[in-house]
Write a protein that binds this ligand. Structure first.
Ligand SMILES: [Zn+2]
Length: 270
């Protein structure tokens, strides 16, 4: 039949409902009388669901890939932020370490420490000039009364005094070896230690005792470090749940550099 060729050419469009009313009429008239073309139509219709399913699958894969790409993007952003945070912390700590390195070379300074824990206040004052130093530690406690320790080293002379509630005792001066108060810095020597530390220590900018500081928060401790000098201004050891330490242990530090003279090294009265 001459029409078969035309109808078979039109069938794909007919199946997809793309043909006009007139064409449909023509095709349908032909199909009524032609088994071959009808068989071909049935065959095409049979395939349709598969094509649609494939289309759906393709769409699903497209959506899936889109979601996967969004997820990848989020992970990359999180990674970048994380790396930026670690890098910032490392840079800060390395810079503090470099500043503190200069401070640690100083051998003329005055340090004053206030330590608080529970009902006990300890005030430590320490004058340093070269090898010589005078350190006085005062304990004030409502429970245990007041105690005082004096370490004095001037050239060859060493004095070690203890004072409990006003009573003085001279102690073996050889024991005062290394009892000078060194400036407290939060220094990790090498880059890798600082990098490791950056993973476990949180850092933020803040103020402490009127100074611009970085607050380093680690497991059970806080350190306020002077941005300018790298010196620790305040340290807090957090109280733990075991009864051993019931309250936070807080120390405030003050320093003066290159102002200590011979006159500050007052020899204690024995
Ligand atoms: Zn036909």
């Amino acid at each position: 039949m001459k029409d078969c060729k035309i109808v078979q050419d039109l069938l794909p469009n007919y199946v997809e409902n793309l043909t006009t009313k007139e064409t449909n009429q023509f095709i349908e008239n032909h199909l009524e009388n032609c088994k071959d073309c009808k068989a071909m139509l049935e065959n095409m219709k049979g395939k349709l669901p598969t094509q649609e399913r494939e289309k759906k699958e393709v769409n699903y894969m497209k959506k899936f890939h889109k979601k996967l790409n969004i997820l990848k993007g989020i992970i990359i952003i999180i990674l970048i932020v994380f790396i930026a945070v670690i890098a910032r912390r490392t840079v800060i700590m390395v810079s503090l370490a470099n500043k503190a390195e200069e401070i640690r070379r100083s051998d003329n300074y005055y340090a004053k420490l206030h330590s608080y824990q529970g009902d006990t206040l300890t005030v430590t004052e320490s004058y340093h000039n070269g090898e010589d130093y005078l350190t006085t530690m005062n304990w004030f406690s409502t429970q245990d009364g007041n105690r005082k320790l004096i370490f004095y080293q001037n050239g060859e002379e060493k004095i070690f005094l203890s004072e409990i509630n006003g009573e003085k005792h001279e102690l073996n001066p050889e024991q005062i070896q290394g009892m000078e108060v060194k400036p407290i810095t939060y220094v990790l020597e090498d880059f890798w230690s600082n990098l490791q530390c950056a993973f476990v220590v949180g850092i933020k900018s803040t103020y402490c005792n009127g100074r611009e500081c970085y607050l380093l928060v680690g497991d059970g401790y806080e350190r306020y470090i002077d941005k300018e000098t790298g010196l620790v201004i305040r340290s807090i050891e957090k109280s733990t749940d075991d009864a051993k330490r019931e309250t936070d242990f807080i120390v405030d530090y003050e320093y003066q550099f290159n102002q200590v003279t011979e006159e500050d090294m007052v020899r204690p009265n024995i």
